[in-house]
Design a protein around this ligand. Structure first.
Ligand code: NAD
Length: 495
């Protein structure tokens, strides 16, 4: 599979490739090109050439193209869902019921948002001048995306950027380039001009760094881990690029003493297992009032035991594999170290034995894992694991719960479970995260922003706020006096 540059598939100049592996079986699906810095150069040049025309298209013209894109993505929904499930191992129920419809809705939303550039009023803020605000595209955007939601991440990066009149070069994760390439093809099919959307497939330290450092890239939009995000920000600083970072998370899930326990148990299972836990907003730390703690742990463990692992293309499958064997080893390492240090393994902590004699025996599967008894300052409570692992810890008072919820370097998302309005308002005010759910955990919508506090990054994806990320504000000031000698000149020279 080649890269997508200037409106067509283009073979990588270095001739190198990398295997795209189905993590459910360990089989290679296809070889994808591995971009060299020369390929990045070509893609940035294509984006730069396309910029003048696309940035001057009217909002209505860009909107029409995005409406058409939404229609085409909807028409190709089945192909997109199947490809997404093949390269990530996520159950088809999730790809077809969440990833793809979410992406189609994102495209429809940004088709509308494209027509709604916002700015302050034009007027006379000085008696002798009229001031106006122009909201302009930033230029060529270099975007880098992770492997957990390859299609949605491509959409979240590409759509607001092009809706606002930018052109873009996207580098998907090396292991999951396929749906980003389909997305770029759909853009061309929708009539979006060649070079507006380009996809280079390659490794982070080579293609990613070439993109972030490129002097002709005006802005970097990165979604991925916090350590790589820090490196990206450092590299982008050399050319003073605008940087937008969507980084890791370690979402707390706070169950107050008056919560609906059954709702909290179901919410914790769904919120921790979505996408096999490889979700930056997944519920990872359940803080549960001591009076409910044992029942909560029993309830989650019981439901975890009923989760069906297996063929991602079987509609009955609940949980797919992790994204790669490497990721499974990483997750298992966290669990083993926690248990070695004295934490209690209540459920899971191993691959599913029932898949041993099936075609999925070589898949990167891992049982839903529930851990208790880990200290607040332990690795498993504080670091992002990115797997189907939930740690449950008891608390005694509301202040304690909020303090523990805030006690990590991350601040992407959180939830609070309570029937008490005052508690709900306090939690939404005091938890430091970009999103706080009350009595739910995970839902996202196109109209509302997604983005972190603290070391989860800065900038917003989705919503009208993301249009601000991808535009810059210009002040234009018109003289109203028509005179050659302005009154203010006298402060400089008296003639
Ligand atoms: P990662 O940071 O390892 O990689 C992300 C991307 O960066 C990949 O495309 C990779 O090739 C590229 N990359 C790696 N090294 C690079 C470098 N030196 N320079 C430039 N690019 C480089 O993350 P991952 O393992 O692919 O994804 C999981 C992470 O993404 C988790 O931390 C998760 O929380 C985060 N994530 C965050 C959000 C969000 O919205 N905040 C959404 C999804 C995933």
């Amino acid at each position: 599979m080649h890269q997508y540059i200037g409106g067509g598939l283009r073979k990588a100049r270095g001739g190198e490739s990398q295997a795209v592996v189905d993590p459910a079986t360990g089989r290679t699906l296809v070889l994808a090109d591995r971009a060299s810095p020369a390929d990045v150069e070509d893609a940035v040049a294509a984006a730069r050439r396309a910029f003048p025309q696309w940035s001057r298209a009217t909002p209505g013209e860009r909107s029409a193209a995005l409406h058409e894109l939404a229609r085409i993505l909807g028409e190709r929904a089945d192909e997109l869902a199947r490809t997404e499930s093949s390269q990530t191992g996520k159950p088809i129920r999730l790809s077809a019921g969440f990833d793809v419809p979410g992406t189609v809705d994102n495209a429809a939303f940004f088709a509308g948002a494209a027509r709604h550039p916002e700015g302050k009023a034009q007027g006379e803020y000085s008696a002798d001048h009229t001031s106006a605000i122009r909201r302009e595209a930033v230029g060529v955007v270099g975007s880098i995306a992770p492997w957990n939601y390859p299609l949605q991440m491509a959409a979240w990066k590409i759509l607001p950027a092009i809706a606002a009149g930018n052109t873009i070069v996207l580098k998907p994760a090396e292991t999951t380039p396929l749906t980003a390439l389909l997305f770029a093809q759909a853009c061309t099919q929708a009539g979006i001009p060649d070079g507006v959307v380009n996809v280079v497939t390659g490794r982070g330290p080579v293609a990613g760094e070439a993109l972030v450092s490129h002097p002709d890239v005006d802005m970097v939009s990165f979604t991925g881990s916090t350590p790589v995000g820090k490196r990206v920000a450092r590299l982008a600083a050399d050319t003073v690029k605008r940087v937008h970072l969507e980084l890791g998370g370690k979402a707390p899930f706070v169950v107050f003493e008056d919560a609906d326990l059954e709702a909290a148990i179901h919410g914790a299972v769904a919120g921790s297992l979505i996408n096999t836990g490889q979700d930056c907003t997944a519920a990872t730390r359940a803080y549960v009032h001591r009076s409910l703690f044992d029942d909560f742990v029993d309830g989650v463990a019981e439901l975890y035991g009923r989760v069906r692992l297996g063929d991602p293309f079987d509609e009955a499958t609940d949980l797919g594999p992790l994204g790669s064997e490497r990721q499974r080893e990483r997750v298992h390492g966290f669990v083993q170290r926690a248990v070695g240090e004295g934490a209690k393994l209540v459920a899971g902590g191993e691959p599913p034995a029932e898949l041993a004699a099936t075609p999925w025996a070589s898949g990167a599967y891992y049982r839903p894992t529930l851990i208790t008894g880990a200290p607040q300052d332990s690795e498993i409570v504080r670091q992002e694991i990115f797997g189907p692992v939930l740690v449950a810890l008891p608390f005694d008072g509301d202040d304690d719960a909020i303090r523990l919820a805030n006690d990590t370097p991350f601040g992407l998302a959180a939830s609070a479970w309570t029937k008490d309005l005052v508690r709900a308002h306090r939690a939404s005010r005091e938890i430091r995260a970009g999103c706080v759910w009350i009595n739910d955990h995970i839902p996202i919508i196109s109209e509302m922003p997604h983005g972190g506090f603290k070391q989860s990054g800065y900038g917003k994806d989705l919503s009208a706020y993301s249009m601000e990320e991808y535009t810059q504000v210009k002040h234009v000031m018109h003289d109203l006096t028509g005179t050659s000698r302005k009154a203010w000149h006298r402060t400089i020279f008296e003639l």
